[in-house]
Design a protein around this ligand. Structure first.
Ligand SMILES: Nc1ncnc2c1ncn2[C@@H]1O[C@H](COP(=O)(O)OP(=O)(O)OP(=O)(O)O)[C@@H](O)[C@H]1O
Ligand SMILES: [Mg+2]
Ligand SMILES: [Zn+2]
Length: 303
């Protein structure tokens, strides 16, 4: 079935579904008169989502640091701590959340034509990958996609949630900033790796959130050390403690270190995320510790 995205733009856009059995979706895009400059005055007020208590964005200074892996497993860790959690893949060019969580099940709409999220491992999730093929994402490059994504987010019937986790596209450019301006975020989480302990990248992330007055809940250092499956010990591949020092220098909380571990990668590749399928794994405990800090941070900054 063809999908129509109705936009108040010069053209009406028709999308080819990326998944079979996906119903037609109408997404209205509010087109501002001029492209908004970074954090300019007069930009539309960020909107909250009815029924959703907290919205948290997971960002990174650059790609490939494991942002999606962290977003997925963090969402599951929050769920394990008793929260009702939603997850939105806001990265149209690399929508890996669908791959990491699985796409079984049919996407349905409410009578008001709102998207009913899929449910897996006890969390609700939605990915742009269900609706937009890679080909289209490439054609629509730019601000157009960002607007589409944000409006899309408001067209989902999330229901009652304690927290909605957004996996932002990698980087801290205009696309990411636009999302943070349109959605009323309660906090930002920045994922980095020891190799990337380039202060500038994390600083950019912190700056992006502060430009839109969103509290930075903290920095997570992913692939921090190697958790060896043979001896069950921690091997320090990189110099240790960089993430914590960095967070201190930038005066934001440090949320913890996550190891590089085969099970985490395999879980992501097979739609069996580690935190969901292996509650006894030490890395699951590490994710829960990070999730607990995030929950604490959210409760300290009531929206
Ligand atoms: N701690 C980890 N241990 C082992 N593998 C990991 C870990 N974190 C991420 N990976 C693997 O690294 C790859 C990249 O991770 P992921 O897709 O989460 O990164 P990303 O920052 O979201 O990337 P992109 O910039 O493409 O969105 C994936 O194959 C993932 O399984
Ligand atoms: Mg990703
Ligand atoms: Zn070893």
């Amino acid at each position: 079935m063809a999908i129509m995205l109705i936009a108040s733009l010069p053209r009406t856009l028709k999308t080819r579904p990326a998944m079979p059995g996906v119903p037609a979706v109408n997404v209205k895009i509010e087109q501002p008169a001029v492209t908004a400059p970074r954090a300019a005055a007069g930009v539309a007020q960020p909107r909250s989502i009815a029924g959703v208590k907290h919205i948290v964005a997971v960002a990174s200074g650059k790609g490939g640091v494991g942002k999606s892996t962290v977003a997925v497993n963090l969402a599951l860790a929050m769920k394990a701590l008793g929260w009702r959690v939603g997850l939105m893949d806001a990265d149209v060019y690399g929508p890996s959340v669908a791959m990491m969580v699985g796409t079984e099940g049919k996407v349905n709409l409410t009578p008001e034509r709102k998207i009913i999220p899929l449910e897996r491992y006890g969390i609700r999730y939605v990915s742009m990958a269900f609706f937009v093929s890679d080909e289209q994402a490439v054609i629509w490059r730019g601000p157009m996609v960002t607007k589409l994504e944000t409006e899309f987010l408001f067209n989902v019937e999330w229901g009652e949630l304690d927290c909605l986790v957004l996996d932002l596209p990698p980087g801290t450019g205009d696309a990411q900033l636009t999302i943070t301006q349109r959605v009323k975020l309660d906090g930002g989480v920045i994922v980095t790796t020891p190799q990337e302990i380039a202060l500038v990248d994390v600083r950019r992330g912190v700056q992006m959130f502060s430009e839109v007055n969103v509290p930075v809940l903290g920095v997570v250092e992913n692939m921090s050390y190697y958790l060896c499956g043979k001896c069950n010990r921690r091997h320090e591949i990189f110099s240790h403690g960089g993430g914590a020092r960095l967070a201190e220098a930038l005066e934001v909380p440090f949320l913890g270190e996550l190891p590089i571990t085969r099970e985490l990668r395999e879980g992501g590749d097979s739609a069996m995320p580690l935190v969901a399928v292996n509650p006894a794994h030490p890395v699951t405990a590490a994710f829960k510790a990070v999730a607990a800090k995030i929950i604490e941070g959210l409760e300290e900054h009531p929206s």
